[in-house]
Design a protein around this ligand. Structure first.
Ligand SMILES: Nc1nc2c(c(=O)[nH]1)N[C@H]1C(S)=C(S)[C@@H](COP(=O)(O)O)O[C@H]1N2
Ligand SMILES: [Mo]
Length: 391
C-alpha cells in the first residue's frame, strides 16, 4: 500500500523500537519510590498550607512552633522541585508502553484501557502540579485560573491516581525492588541494547539531579545554602536583610503610608480607638524572633518589635474573636486577612513597628505591619490601617 496514510502509520514507533536496557521496571520502580515520597510530602505540606489560608474549624492550626509554616512550606517547594528530575526520568523510562500492543480479548482490553486512563490522569496531573508550582514559586503567573484552588484540587487528583497506580502495579513494584537492579526478569523483550550508561549510572545521575534541585532551591529557606542557591527564588537581601514581596510603590500605598494623617483604627462593635504612629510607639513594646515564610517557598527570620495585637484589642475590650486585618492598600488579594482568635490572643502576635533594630522600611509595611507566629507570609498584612472585630 502507498500513500500518506501508510507512511504516517509507519512512523508511529512500536514498543520493540525502544531497545535501551535502561528502560526497565527495575529502574522505574526505584525512581518511583522517591517520586512517590516527594509527592506525598508535597501533598501533606500542601494540605497544611491550604488549611492555614482557608481556616477550617476541623483543623485549627496551632500558633506553635512559630517556625512551623516555614518548615512545612519549605518542604513543599523543595519536594516539588526534587520531583522534577525524578518525574522526567520516570516518564522517559516508561514511555514505550504508550505504544504497546493491546492484549487479546475484550476483558483484557477493557482492563488495559482503564489502567491507561488512570495513568493518563496521573501523568497529566503530575506534570501540571510540578509546572504550576514551579511557575508560582518564581512568581510567574502565565495563566488565568486561580492558582491555589486549581493546585489544591489537582493535588487530590494526582494523589488519588497515584494510589490507584501503586495498587495496580504493586506486584511488579515488589518484584522489581526485591530483584537486583540488573536482573532482566521483568524487562521488555526488546530492552536488551546497552549504551555507555549502566542502570546504576542512570540511577546515580538521577539522585544527583534531584539532590542538586534540592540544594539549589532550598537556599531560599535555609540560610546556610543561600549563597549556592541559584534557583532559590527571592533569596536576595532586602531592607534589614529580609526580602520584599510586594513593594509599597507596587501596592500603591506610598502616600497613605507616609501621610501624617495616618491613624490605626481598632474597632470592636460600636467602640473605636484611633492611634497615630507616635501613640503606637508609646504603648508597651514587645520583641519577637519570627520568620516571614512565603507560600512561594522563601523564608527569612527577623527580630520584630511592636505592640501586641492583644494589647490593641484590649483598648476596645474586644476579646477572643477572629480579627479582620485591613491594609491601607486599596485592592489586591492580600490587602485583608483574617486573624483567628487564638492567633490574636497569642503574646507573639505583633503589630510590628521595627525590624532588626531599625525603623520598619516602607516596603516591609511601615507604618505598621502584622507579624504572627506559624503563619504564611501571605497573611502577614503590611501597611495595616484597621483591626476590626465584629461582635
Ligand atoms: N498589604 C499587603 N500585605 C502583604 C502583601 C501584599 O501584597 N499586600 N504580601 C504578603 C506576602 S505574599 C508576603 S510573603 C509578605 C512578605 O513580606 P515582606 O515583603 O515584608 O518580606 O507580605 C505579605 N503582606
Ligand atoms: Mo508570599
Amino acid at each position: 500500500m502507498n500513500g500518506p496514510g501508510r507512511s504516517s502509520i509507519a512512523r508511529i514507533p512500536r514498543e520493540e523500537h525502544f531497545t535501551s536496557r535502561l528502560r526497565s521496571p527495575a529502574v522505574s520502580a526505584r525512581i518511583g519510590v522517591w517520586l512517590g515520597i516527594c509527592f506525598l510530602v508535597a501533598f501533606v505540606t500542601g494540605l497544611v498550607s491550604h488549611v492555614t489560608q482557608s481556616p477550617s474549624p476541623w483543623f485549627p492550626l496551632p500558633t506553635r512552633p512559630s517556625w512551623g509554616y516555614r518548615v512545612t512550606q519549605g518542604l513543599h517547594v523543595v519536594s516539588g522541585t526534587a520531583a522534577i528530575p525524578l518525574l522526567l526520568v520516570k516518564l522517559w523510562s516508561v514511555f514505550p508502553k504508550l505504544f504497546a500492543r493491546l492484549p487479546q480479548g475484550r476483558r483484557n482490553q477493557a482492563l488495559v484501557a482503564v489502567e491507561r486512563g488512570t495513568i493518563a490522569v496521573l501523568v497529566a496531573a503530575s506534570v501540571f502540579q510540578v509546572a504550576s508550582g514551579l511557575a508560582n514559586s518564581a512568581q510567574w503567573y502565565p495563566w488565568d485560573f486561580r492558582f491555589r484552588a486549581t493546585h489544591f484540587a489537582l493535588g487530590w487528583v494526582a494523589v488519588g491516581a497515584l494510589l490507584v497506580h501503586v495498587a495496580v502495579k504493586l506486584p511488579v513494584i515488589r518484584q522489581a525492588l526485591t530483584h537486583g537492579v540488573d536482573d532482566p526478569a521483568l524487562d521488555r523483550a526488546s530492552a536488551t541494547g546497552s549504551s555507555g550508561l549502566t542502570r546504576r549510572g542512570l540511577l546515580h545521575s538521577t539522585w544527583v539531579a534531584a539532590g542538586a534541585a534540592v540544594v539549589l532551591s532550598a537556599g531560599s529557606t535555609v540560610p546556610l545554602l543561600r549563597r549556592v542557591s541559584v534557583f532559590g527564588v527571592r533569596s536576595g537581601e532586602g531592607p534589614a536583610g529580609i526580602p520584599i514581596n510586594k513593594s509599597a510603590a507596587a501596592a500603591g500605598v506610598v502616600a497613605a503610608a507616609l501621610s501624617p494623617a495616618y491613624r490605626l483604627v481598632v474597632r470592636f462593635g460600636g467602640r473605636t480607638v484611633e492611634l497615630t504612629r507616635k501613640d503606637l510607639e508609646a504603648l508597651p513594646q514587645t520583641s519577637a524572633d519570627l520568620p516571614i515564610a512565603c507560600v512561594e517557598g522563601w523564608s527569612a527570620s527577623g527580630t520584630w518589635t511592636g505592640v501586641r495585637v492583644s494589647d490593641l484589642l484590649a483598648l476596645v475590650d474586644a476579646v477572643d474573636q477572629d480579627v479582620q486585618v485591613v491594609s491601607l492598600q486599596q485592592d489586591g488579594a492580600f490587602r485583608q486577612a483574617t486573624l483567628p482568635a487564638h492567633f490574636a490572643r497569642d503574646p507573639l502576635t505583633l503589630l510590628a513597628l521595627r525590624l532588626n533594630g531599625a525603623e520598619l522600611a516602607i516596603d516591609h509595611g511601615y507604618p505598621a505591619r502584622l507579624i504572627a507566629p506559624n503563619r504564611p507570609g501571605v497573611l502577614q498584612t503590611k501597611w495595616v490601617a484597621r483591626l476590626e472585630v465584629t461582635p
